[in-house]
Design a protein around this ligand. Sequence first.
Ligand code: DGY
Length: 328
Amino acid sequence: MAKPKVYVTRIIPQAGLDMVHAFCEAEVWEGETPPPREVLLEKVRGLDGLLSLLTDTIDAELMDTAGPQLKVIANYAVGYDNIDVAAATARGILVTNTPGVLTDTTADFAFTLLMAAARRVVEAMDYVRAGKWLTWGPTLLLGRDVHHATLGIIGMGRIGQGMARRAQGFDMRVLYYDPYCRREKGAEFGAECVDLDTLLAESDFVSVHVPLTPETHHMIGAEQFKRMKPTAILINSARGPIVDPDALYEALKNGDIAYAALDVTEPEPLPADHKLLTLPNIIVCPHIASASIATRTKMATMAAENLIAGLKGERPPNLVNPEVLESK
Ligand code: DGY
């Protein structure tokens, strides 16, 4: 029997690729950057399955270009805002993601950003590299304490809970706001559920952990920065467009908040000449919160498992749109 045809939009860790190659007739885009739109549209024609990345826009046009035989889109990410899930559901296409495996790795990194911003680690390294380190100084590179400070978590899903758990080890007071009202989620970490305005006003660190949806787009903008403490530090390891970048620039420049540490930006990648990068009080990383060897390998095997299950007509373990199966 002919193997199902699939396209993998980037080189993923080998363990996942091996699984895909064993079950499918697979082509892999080997470029360092995502396949251009016109290439992707060409490559999806006649596919049975697609293993996509968060950098690929998977919309109705692409699904229709692929054709009615397209069964499954396996996203190599927990977030799937790059996929028009409603369009996939309407066409009976399964969509999957990679939840769970990256929770601790991403929370580790969000906490790393928090600490690096609080204690000005990147500025300190630049200072040493620039040959400015002349002596020990009583007022040299003073930062802010993390222990006993207040952490405000926006979004108490898996990664938000991971942040709360880490904060306990630093004796932090933890506040959280969850747009989905998961009020019970914070109780085991001694965290207090509050409204967004209270969280913004009382937190020393505000860490964003909601998915990107039309409701969360630019949910942190000029008005929210005005409500924050002038000493506050913003951490975003969720999705760039949750924070309005122009408002963030103004807030950092005018001292509405003290610092930002971002793993995700709008746009992404952030051009090297972007105005945010002219500021001294910001850390920007290239969307690497889940980038540990072990986690990225697990994400690869998980995406491959989801893809193969969908191609076999089985229920993929991490199905985002179960309605597709329910309607069959
Ligand atoms: C995700 O999975 O959504 C992250 O942003 C990348 O691992």
